[in-house]
Write a protein of this length. Structure first.
Length: 109
């Protein structure tokens, strides 16, 4: 049972890391578009930007409701990354160890 929990722990941790990278790529791409380095008239760039925006908007929207842009700068991606990393490094291992304790295994992450 401990091996199954360890597998689930690694999958969840990996998915959270992928979410962080999607938010980072979206933020960098939005900066490149804003500074005119990349043009949205290119269909490939437009498709990538639109897909990343659709992927990150549901993640960042709850934060954007409470945190207004500061001087035109949206800091919600940074706060999202901090929260996800805190979950990955603090809550997820604690939950894993608690679950391992419930099933009686001696496995520690």
């Amino acid at each position: 049972m401990a091996a199954i929990l360890a597998f689930i722990f690694e999958i969840v941790s990996g998915l959270l890391e992928v979410l962080v990278w999607i938010v980072i790529v979206n933020a960098v791409l939005s900066w490149l578009i804003a500074f005119g380095v990349i043009n949205l008239r290119n269909r490939t760039v437009f498709s990538i930007a639109r897909g990343l925006d659709r992927a990150t908007t549901p993640l960042l929207w709850p934060l954007r409701r409470f945190i207004p842009p500061l001087g035109g700068l949206d800091i919600t991606p940074v706060i999202f990354i901090l929260v996800v990393e805190a979950v990955r490094h603090t809550l997820l291992p604690a939950l894993f160890n608690w679950l391992i304790g419930l099933v009686g295994g001696g496995y520690a992450a």
